[in-house]
Design a protein around this ligand. Sequence first.
Ligand code: SF4
Ligand code: SF4
Length: 434
Amino acid sequence: MNTPRFPWRKALGRLLRGRVPAQLVVQYTDRCNALCAQCGMNARARFLRSTLHADAAVALVDAAAEKGVLALSFTGGEPLLYLGEIAELSRRARAKGIPFVRTGTNGFLFRGWERPDFSDRMRHLAETIAESGLNNFWISLDSADAGLHEQNRGLPGVVRGLEKALPAFREFGLFPAANLGLNRLAGGAQPAPDAEADPEGFQAHFRDGLRRFFSRVESLGFSTANACYPMSLPEESASREAVYAATSAADMIRFSRAELALLYAALSQAVAGFRHRLRIFTPLSALLALAREARGQAARFPCRGGIDFFFVQAGGLTAYPCGYRGSEPLGEFPDLDLARIPRAASCSACHWECFRDPSVLAGPVLELLAHPLAGAARLLEDRELTRLWLEDLRYYRACNGFGLRTPPDFFALAHFARSQDRVAGASIEPAPAR
Ligand code: SF4
Ligand code: SF4
C-alpha cells in the first residue's frame, strides 16, 4: 500500500473545533515472549493474559474509521505473535480510510540469523509487512550495547539478526524505525554518576550513551528512530490503576524528578546532534516541556489522553483515557461519541510519549486557534519553547511523515546539521557539553 497524504483539511477542521486529530492505541495482546525488567508484561509476570477476539478487533477498526481516527496503533505485549492478524487488520484499517496505522516488535523474529532458513524467513516477514496496510513499524532497542539489550530482553542474537534483516526490508521499500525504550541501560553498562552530587556527569553519561545509541542505530541500517520516555508512574499518580502494564517499579526505569530533567536534556542534545543523519520523531519542544514539568513547573500543554487520544486494553472493547487511568473507563469504544467529550485537557501525570509528544506538538496550534491574540502573545513570551517548536515543525516536514515506506531525504535533513546549536541556547541544557 502506498504512503497516504496527510489529510490537512480534516485535521484543520478538528483543530478549528478545539480538537487534535484522534488517535487510538489498541492493545492487541498482553502476551509477550521477552523478559524486559522494565515491563510488567514480561514472560515471567504472572497474570491472566488476554488477546483481542477477531470480531472485537474488526469492530474497533471499523469504529475508529467511522469516528475519523487519524492514527491507529496495535501494541502489545508482542504484536508480532499475531503477525497475520495484525497485517489483515491494518489492511482493513487503511481500506476504511484510516491514514496512519502502526505496530512494532521486540524483534524476536530476528533470532536465529545463523540458521540456513534465516534469509527466506526475513524476506517472507518483509513481504508480509509490505503487503499489510502498516505505514509505521518500530523495532525495540534499549542500548547501543547489543549484549546489554539482549540480556535485558532475554532475546539473544536479535541485534545481529536485525542488522542482517534490514536489507531485506529495504528491498521491499520498507524503512522500519528503531524504538528506544529509555531506561538506565541507555547510558551503557557503567552506572551513572549521582545526579545530585554530579549533575553534569549524570547528564554527560546519558548524553554520550544516547549518542552511541543513535550512531549504532545508523550503522545497523536504520534511517528512522524514536524514543519512549521512562514509564515508572510518578508518586502522585500511583493510585491510578494502570490497565496497560508497560510500567514497572524496577530501578532501571525509576528516575527522580531531578534525574528526569537531566535525562531529557541529555536526550535533547543527542537527538539534535543526529537530526541530519536520522529521522528522529522525538520533538525537542516536548523534551523541553517535560523537563520543565520534571523541574516542578505546571504542564503548559497537558495530555490529550481521554479527549482526543484513547486506549483499548487487550481482551475487550472498553476505552480508557490512556493505559494508565484504568479507574476511568469511558465505555466501549464503538459507542463513544467523541464530539461530546469536553475539549479541555488537564492531565500530566506521566510521560507516555505516544500521547505526550503529539499533545505538545498540537498545543500551540490549539492555543492560537482558540485565542489568536493571547495565543500569539504566549508564543512570543515563551521564545525558548516556540523556537524549538518551530524547529520541530520544519524538521517534521523534512522527515516527510517518518513513513515506513518513504526513504529519508538526506538533502532536506542536511538543513538540520546545526540543530545542536539551537538546543544549546535552551534551558533544557543545564550542563555544558564536554
Ligand atoms: S517491553 Fe515489550 S517486549 Fe518487553 S516485556 Fe514488555 S511488552 Fe514484552
Ligand atoms: S499524562 Fe496522558 S498518558 Fe499519562 S496518565 Fe495522563 S492522560 Fe494518561
